[in-house]
Design a protein around this ligand. Structure first.
Ligand code: XIL
Length: 380
């Protein structure tokens, strides 16, 4: 991800020490729910893993059921979970995920059919006696969709058909899907998805959609599909935000550009990263470098109150904006239940302590949660 976040932390980190002021909401989440607060605006979703739908963390499951009305699986519907070996499907996680969502009357969001990550290598390699061709990969994609449709059919209301296909300048990434199928692979994927999932809404999903190059390329693709009669129903803008970027104006411009195409807009993977950017230290092993660990992972005990303030304000501003754009915004989905479960503890550097979500590591509501409730502008 290439958001420019230079500057801010260089001077801040040495001055800011954990002051243990705490980060607790005063409202009670057993009385107040995000989903209810936003019921007149849009749905509120959350991404979940086995801890929630597999019964490993009952408190987290109960919180999800009470706060959210839409569900995305963090990993259960990715290729590597479903078809890690050719033709051998494992729906065990998918079934648990869907059962949990349906038990709690949640809208189900499928993630994801075409992506260059978390897809096993065999997908792009010829089996013995085969040559790797466009037709072969399209056939594999169709077989995958057809098995998913047979098993999950009417249980998935939205599908991320293609995830993260553009680079920040609006060019097509050089993924194996593109290299093997060709420049029209996104269109082909949507055509196949339309055939196999006629009742699901079909979504194009990507991050850093505030970058004008990527934003305009995605809007142009949607218009191109519309002019050719290729069904696309929604754009998912992941919304992996940082404290200091992207600017609200850029987020607004992006929502507006997508709304202008006429499709639904989903904020599909929201979180707010509060840690120093890793930049050239992506993938670094902090356990063997104390200096780097101190610099990139400075808030292992608690988050200084000055940053709590900033995060709380940032969440409120973003939700204020989403409310203003609620005619176009179908849903806002948070990428994780609590700070403990956020993928940002392990990306782009492994083993950090991030504070990227609305509930803390003890599943208690943070001030940011309350600021989001208040941004809905209603009492319940
Ligand atoms: C992440 C999951 O949250 C992690 O559990 C997994 O290890 C890696 O993938 N963009 C996406 C998501 O579209 O699928 C990613 O999810 C986060 C970034």
């Amino acid at each position: 991800m290439a958001l420019d976040t230079s500057g801010q932390y260089g001077s801040m980190v040495p001055a800011l020490r954990c002051d243990d002021a705490g980060d607790r909401a005063t409202l009670d989440p057993s009385q107040v729910s995000l989903a209810r607060a936003y019921q007149d605006h849009f749905k509120i979703g959350v991404a979940v893993g086995r801890n929630v739908y597999g019964g490993r963390d009952d408190a987290a499951s109960a919180l999800v059921a009470s706060q959210y009305n839409r569900l995305t699986p963090e990993n259960a519907l990715k290729w590597q979970s479903l078809q890690n070996q050719p033709g051998v499907f494992d729906f065990s996680q998918a079934d648990d995920f869907i059962a949990f969502g349906e038990e709690h009357n949640m809208e189900i969001h499928g993630h994801t059919l075409v992506w260059h990550q978390q897809v096993p290598g065999w997908v792009f390699e010829p089996a013995e006696g085969q040559t790797m061709t466009r037709e072969l990969l399209l056939q594999r994609l169709e077989d995958h969709m057809s098995a998913l449709a047979a098993h999950l059919g009417g249980h998935v209301q939205y599908w991320d058909v293609v995830n993260e296909a553009f680079d920040d300048n609006g060019g097509l990434r050089g993924t194996p899907w593109r290299m093997i199928i060709g420049e029209d692979y996104i269109e082909q994927a949507f055509r196949l998805a339309d055939r196999h999932f006629p009742d699901a809404k079909l979504v194009y999903n990507d991050f850093s959609m505030e970058n004008p190059g990527k934003r305009d390329a995605v809007a142009a693709m949607v218009r191109d599909f519309q002019s050719k009669g290729v069904r696309i129903d929604a754009i998912g803008s992941q919304g992996h935000f940082r404290l200091d970027g992207p600017a609200l104006g850029a987020v607004a411009a992006s929502l507006d550009a997508f709304a202008a195409t006429g499709v639904e807009v989903l904020v599909s993977e929201m979180d707010v990263d509060v840690l120093p950017p890793a930049n050239q230290n992506q993938g670094a092993d902090l356990s063997v470098n104390a200096e780097l660990s101190e610099r990139l992972n400075p808030f292992t005990e608690c988050l200084p109150s000055a940053i709590v303030e900033q995060a709380t304000a940032r969440w409120a501003q973003l939700f204020d904006l989403f409310v203003q754009r609620s005619a176009a915004v179908h849903s806002v989905t948070l990428w994780g239940v609590s700070d403990a479960y956020s993928w940002l503890n392990n990306w782009p550097v492994n083993g950090r302590t991030n504070y990227a979500l609305l509930f803390d590591r003890q599943l208690q509501p943070k001030r940011a949660w309350q600021s989001v409730i208040e941004a809905a502008g209603e009492t319940q």
